[in-house]
Design a protein around this ligand. Sequence first.
Ligand code: C2E
Ligand code: MG
Ligand code: MG
Length: 495
Amino acid sequence: MVVVLVPFTVFFGTSGNPVLVAITLNLIAVSLAISVILQSYYRDFIALNKSRSELQRLHDEVVHLADSDSLTQLANRRRFFSELNRRLTQTVPTSQRVTIGVLDLDGFKGVNDAYGHRAGDQVLIEVGRRLRALAKDFGCIARLGGDEFGVIISGERSDAELRVIGLTMCMALREPYNIIETQVQLGASVGFASAPDAADTSEKLYECADYALYYAKNHARGTATLFTADHEGEIRELSLVDQTLRHINPRDELSLAFQPIVDVETGRIAACEALARWQNPQLGCVEPTRFIRAAERSGLIGPLTDLLLEKALVSTIDWPSDMRLSFNLSTYDVTSADSAERIVNIIHASRVDPARIDFEVTETALMQDFDRARASLEYFKNFGVQISLDDFGSGYSSLSYIHKLPIDKIKIDRSFVIDIERGGNGSEIITTIIALCRSLELECVVEGIETSAQVEILRRLGCRFMQGYHFARPMTAEKLRHHITDNNRVKRIAA
Ligand code: C2E
Ligand code: MG
Ligand code: MG
């Protein structure tokens, strides 16, 4: 404008011709108007551009927030699955192996409960830091929620390599954590599953890894477990049992068998253990270990325990008043906040004296959430129920926690009884456990006694309470009534 307008204005403005001067003035006015309009367009354009880059920044931030875990700064569950889906589609043509791991901390809830959420957050941040440092060598780490972490392993890895990776992660997380004013120690277990062997979709692959983790937690805590064809069979079986269990009327199909626990000093039945039985038209007789596990995994166990306990208490009413009821509780029953209260209400409503009841809990159940379990056991104890530690010796057998729990009895696992006749080290272990029970003033019951020779050996070792096929197999409530009468008559005659 300046280049054209200045010489034009000078030339026509000084011409002295009024028409040309008027044209010049008009041109100046139009040029100014155009420049104002252009200026305003330019300003709008700059503002638009600015807001676009701001928008892009905000978009990037939202994507980052949506994809990452704000506490640990690791990828989150959403990102984990989108990354997994991406890798699975990429590797379809090559059928290359994609492995994921699901890792869970052992004892994290205890830290949260004992030291508060701030301490819990510090632990999670540190876990995230340790895993990130390790993961740079083998893949992508994500926090899937709570104290559960996921890892996508890059590249083809053999089973042995996966085990090493898993163990490295578990070991790294076992190192102490400095939180607030103290130091805590945790454990970790991990389950691995590989596509395409285990599954070909992200959801199924996750389910498999989660099952492997569940297996690790119950059988090899603190280590890595790889999902195998055996686990696949177990999952199929569990889901069949689970599906059937959902569609039955448990009151009709579930029943109880009772097995006496004998006081060998008097020969009388000191207690009876209630053992769940399920007879189904399609599946036949399903073992309790199988359907209790399925019910635990699918969240059906709460109502199932209630029903079985109600049935057991009804039978107890007919028994001699000095005979106790021993009832098995599952992991869920001792680790969920409201089930303890429900269980106590059922006993209260039954009018059976709580002092006649023993709750059997396993070490595995207690270790799932030690603090919660301890709180539930204390609640039961305050109500008057006694606690037995079932299958002692078959799990962690960490003696250190026994004195921290309100336990009254220990039931020695039958695996130790099997080899005492053969002179195996079962008798030494039993002797040690009996000595332990004496010093802690706990009662001791030995399970799984099948022969009179075993009874004699155990008697010499100082065992007083015994249970097993040698005395009686589990039987219906009806048969038990006759059994009690016969047993007591024999004892009276002998006396
Ligand atoms: P457990 O509580 O350790 O029960 C003892 C198991 O050993 C029973 O198996 C019993 O039949 C078996 N047994 C008893 N004496 C002998 C013997 O001399 N030799 C052999 N070989 N076995 C013997 P069962 O009834 O199959 O129960 C298995 C497990 O299922 C129980 O182990 C318990 O953990 C669980 N369970 C059973 N009923 C219930 C229940 O109502 N609730 C819960 N949560 N778990 C239950
Ligand atoms: Mg038991
Ligand atoms: Mg047992």
